[in-house]
Design a protein around this ligand. Sequence first.
Ligand SMILES: Cc1ncc(COP(=O)(O)O)c(C=O)c1O
Length: 385
Amino acid sequence: MPTFPARIDSRLPQVGTTIFTVMSRLAQECGAINLSQGFPDFNADDMLFERVAYWMRAGFNQYAPLAGVPPLREAIAHKVAALYGTTYDAETEITVTAGATQALFTAVAALVHPGDEVIVFEPVYDSYAPAIELQGGRVVRLQLAAPDYRPDWDAVAAAITPRTRMIMINSPHNPTATVWSADDLAWLAALTRGTGIVVVSDEVYEHIVFDGTRHESCARDAELAARSVIVSSFGKTYHITGWKVGYVVAPRELMAEFRKVHQFNVFTVNTPVQLALADYMADASRHEGLAAFYQAKRDFFRAALGGSRFELLPSAGTYFQLVRYRAICDEPDTAFVERLTRDTGVAAIPVSAFFADGRDERVIRFCFAKNEATLAAACERLCRV
Ligand SMILES: Cc1ncc(COP(=O)(O)O)c(C=O)c1O
């Protein structure tokens, strides 16, 4: 085995293996039911596979245009306009990406200069801070505190400085399962008015909002749409997280910068999958029905955990459920999930992993994007804890 003969000056010295990988690996080692990492344990619609095979056999296996195949960009433009009322030009304002993570990374790489400040809200999805730091940006962390995890808009106002280049938001929110209201977006619009701040809006769970609440996309608000790079993921919407396909919509000036970076780190996303997704998007009921589909799972999971000693926090969107375990023990959350995986056979994610300083509010996250049989088996075990 070759060994590098010198010291490596790491660009990301604090970063190790993500908690998602760690917990999924532990779950596998212990044969535990894996409610940690956010992916479904059921398959996507056969039609999607048939369409991919169709386009492969029809000879669509070479490079797609940089921004994505035109039918998919048009389908995205149509969906966004139908849902949120803003029309994005498929030619200049929409780009298909290799999942949302690449889209977020590329947006930051394209727009953040060394020394720029980028505001994020903790608990924060794990890819944001490394993306900012690799560009020499400074991560400004604001807190969303348990149990309601609402943004504190006075704190946001106080955190904005002339160096603030970007604010990264995420609603519906992973891991807290909260959704921002129209009021939240009005605050964001007011606080960024007259500035050059770019909003990167991670809306990968846009179609998973419960109890009749609507998703407040930045594309609903003309002022915010004009300064936002909005990111979504087909992985979340069509149960194909392993395909890693997403997209970005943004005003053309921002998109031009985005594409400069995109063309050199990805260039283009695989062709047959894009064409298949364009076909699949033609039926809007497929994304419109997602909220009811996951709400049924949420309700099933919550009801089945009702008899346990876990305290259920609200889950207003996403496919996550936070719980407190104060009635069980006062162990740190990382130790608790490890024990839960080994002794009880159910894996979860400690929410402290989403805080840079490891803030531990004794809250853990379960993913309920699972078959009912999986959820029932997990809950049966969790009720014994
Ligand atoms: C908030 C959030 N953003 C981005 C992503 C990444 O999405 P993708 O798999 O499309 O890269 C995830 C996936 O878990 C997520 O939860």
